[in-house]
Design a protein around this ligand. Sequence first.
Ligand SMILES: Cc1cc2nc3c(=O)[nH]c(=O)nc-3n(C[C@H](O)[C@H](O)[C@H](O)COP(=O)(O)O)c2cc1C
Length: 376
Amino acid sequence: MKRHKKSVIAAAMAMLLLSACGKETLEDNFETLSSISAASLGTHIENAERYSENVSVKTASAEQTKKGNILIAYFSRWGNTEYPDDVDATTSASIVADGSKRYGTTEYAANFIKKTVGGDLHRIETVTPYTADFDELRDVNHSEMQQGFLPELKESGLDISAYDTVFIGYPVWATSVPQAVVSFMNKYDLSDKTVIPFCTHDGYGAGNSYREVAEASGAAITLDGIAIEAKDVPNAQEEIADWLKKIGIPVAARQTETDIHITIGDTVLDGVLYDTALADEIKAYFPLTISMVGYGGREYYGGVDFYPQNLEGGQKNFENGDITYCEAHHNMAIFYAQTDNPNLSVDVIPIGRVTSDLSFFENLSGSEKVTFSLAE
Ligand SMILES: Cc1cc2nc3c(=O)[nH]c(=O)nc-3n(C[C@H](O)[C@H](O)[C@H](O)COP(=O)(O)O)c2cc1C
């Protein structure tokens, strides 16, 4: 078991400040927090920033990240909280609603990382869920921090040895890492990994959390993290992609792609499948022939007769060339035009892309048998 060194001063200060708040909402709590001790909190945040500037300014060398398998582990209140069935996703501070789906704020950011660099998502889940009541949760968190309590995590079958790079995502709680995330870092041996923290917050930044991740993970290398304010998370894809580039995780070299062929009539097009759990699942059905029809001058789609299980990472837009699976319509599609107007009414999950010239699709009959197969 690794030793976890908490920043006692930071935790105590955060506890003092947060427990001094008697207001109803999270926003009010943080307002009060800033007014009662803006100076001391400022010093604390400055210290944390200085630490982040001077100590953890690290980027990966190409060698370190080029061939690494990536895990994106994250903790969010959503998925770890006993919310009432009718919880209001639009006003709750910790739920992002995207179409009919709901995500934790940090979970949403984790999905952006996966979309950009591939890898596997892992939700950190405690055996005992947390309360939905913010004031109670704040008190529970304070007492967990004070006692150094490490909540038990659900068994997940995660094989950490399969990964070289581990992103660790969390909501900042009392300027620190939630204890459940400390549990994760204690449970798994990260000593030979490259660990990269990312967090969401309500305006006070990463606090002391990057230092805590570096210490508690005992990672061989810890790269610079990113802290995104919760209200900015739904539109943070570009910011996240810029950060990943800055810390040296090249977007283009991120995925191990599998070469495939897409055969339509006498024509064989080239493509790739991404290294994702869903693409792997669908690959098992190759060679896969689908009757596809043209739609809207932008895509060919057709139903499939299997029901994949790995359905993370849906999005309502596309890039030209995308090969996607759509859970709602239970079909696959190839998008070939109109990336300038990519708005979809349902989620699609990219599993690969066509790499041949897409103009071929413009002259098709409107109804085609399309066969996906592995390239020899
Ligand atoms: C117990 C608790 C403590 C929090 N402490 C802080 C804090 O110190 N600074 C801050 O900016 N936000 C704080 N927040 C707000 C969360 O970090 C923020 O809402 C986060 O985006 C929620 O992410 P999630 O939806 O993934 O749980 C706190 C929230 C909770 C529930």
